[in-house]
Design a protein around this ligand. Structure first.
Ligand SMILES: Cc1cc2nc3c(=O)[nH]c(=O)nc-3n(C[C@H](O)[C@H](O)[C@H](O)COP(=O)(O)O)c2cc1C
Length: 369
């Protein structure tokens, strides 16, 4: 059996295969509430047989959302909307349904018109909070520096959202500590220039993210998988580094986390990302897996089944996540099964075997009439 189709058990849950839908903002929520769009979009991916679905960055507080059209999980109403969504999604496939809990910090309140600038309060946006009053770019405003009581409030909000996620029926959580959002902002000297116990040394910069991750660990059931996402490097001189990421992941593993999704970048707009070739972040995942022993998910420009299989077979990662690959092809898993010689569900096999529908299609193995 190819590695991609070898099930993976994490605590009491089992991914039927190792293909994961990476979180992707849909900008389709209304006041943080899931809409029919989310059922259609995530439903089609679940029906496509994914091993795990990660629902997009979801604000633990309304002001933690990336944009006014992003999902939230901070109230009874948002929890109820998710409960309905999750129930339906789980009826479409065997994959795990998870959610990415997030606070966008200085990159919150994004204008939907531009997608890359700040939406001020008088146009429906809100004020920003961050580790230090340093704007993300000249298209944004400087955030208010978080005080200790803000830090405690935000950590509690993450824990509350985790409890809500459990009640809503989610199988797993992924805490967003990547892409220049709030947890990542505290880790990076490019956004965090505090002189108190939350800034300066790596130990101090990790303090707030570790507080959040600890609070979520305590709020989330022991038997359900728990993970987080990192940017392994800011791709910028003076920023967060891969060596620091290794230390961070080790500390999070000690808290009782099961997996890490290894991404990169997002801290500053002028990061120098070399090439962006296929699998350009896999070497980060490989090093983190080797040096921390944590379950690792590789992501970034992975699109071909053979490429995904090779990464897993070489032991560079334990799971593969695709974002754009699943937008392009919600049936990627079935196409991967076909490419790697694995059986896949009947109706799809039938379509592939029907010469009139698919001129040139190969006869599916063991096809029904
Ligand atoms: C439309 C879109 C929305 C995204 N939203 C999120 C998000 O909510 N959270 C996150 O961590 N990454 C987000 N990403 C990044 C992806 O999860 C992924 O890391 C990135 O696209 C690289 O993977 P790919 O080459 O397979 O697309 C988004 C990417 C896309 C294309």
């Amino acid at each position: 059996m190819p590695k991609l189709f070898t099930p993976l058990s994490i605590r009491s849950a089992t991914l039927p295969n190792r293909a994961v839908v990476a979180p992707m903002c849909q900008y389709a929520a209304a006041n943080g509430l899931a809409q029919p769009w989310h059922l259609m979009h995530y439903g089609s991916l679940m029906a496509g047989g994914v091993g795990m679905l990660v629902i997009e960055a979801t604000g633990v507080l309304p002001e933690g959302r990336i944009s006014p059209a992003c999902l939230g999980l901070h109230s009874d109403e948002t929890e109820a909307a998710f409960a309905d969504l999750v129930k339906s999604l789980k009826s479409f496939g065997d994959g795990l349904v998870s959610v990415q809990l997030a606070h966008a910090g200085r990159k919150a309140s994004t204008s939907l018109k531009t997608g890359s600038s700040y939406l001020p309060p008088d146009e429906g946006g809100w004020e920003l909070i961050g580790p230090s009053p340093i704007a993300f770019s000249d298209q944004w405003v400087a955030p208010r520096e978080a005080r200790e009581q803000d830090i405690d409030r935000i950590a509690s909000a993450f824990a509350d959202s985790a409890r809500r996620a459990n009640r809503a029926g989610f199988d797993a959580i992924e805490v967003h500590s990547a892409h220049g959002y709030l947890l990542n902002q505290f880790l990076s000297p490019l956004a965090n220039q505090r002189s108190d116990r939350f800034g300066g040394t790596l130990e101090n910069r990790m303090r707030f993210p570790l507080d959040v991750l600890r609070a979520v660990r305590m709020a989330w059931p022991e038997d359900k998988p728990l993970g987080f996402r990192i940017s392994a490097t800011d791709w910028k001189e003076g920023g967060f580094t891969l060596d620091e990421a290794v230390v961070y992941v080790k500390r999070v593993k000690e808290l009782g986390y099961d997996f890490v999704c290894v991404s990169s970048g997002g801290m500053v707009p002028d990061a120098k990302i070399p090439g962006g070739e296929p699998g350009y972040q896999v070497e980060f995942a490989e090093r983190i897996k080797k040096e921390t022993g944590m379950l690792v998910r590789a992501v970034g420009m992975i699109a071909k089944p053979a490429q995904a299989e090779e990464i897993l077979a070489k032991g560079q990662a334990d799971m593969i996540a695709l974002a754009r690959g699943f937008l392009d092809d919600p049936h990627w898993v079935w196409h991967a099964a076909e490419a790697l010689g694995v059986d896949y569900p009947y109706p799809f096999r039938y379509a592939r075997a029907h010469p009139k529908l698919w001129p040139g299609a190969k006869l599916a193995r063991g096809g029904n009439s």
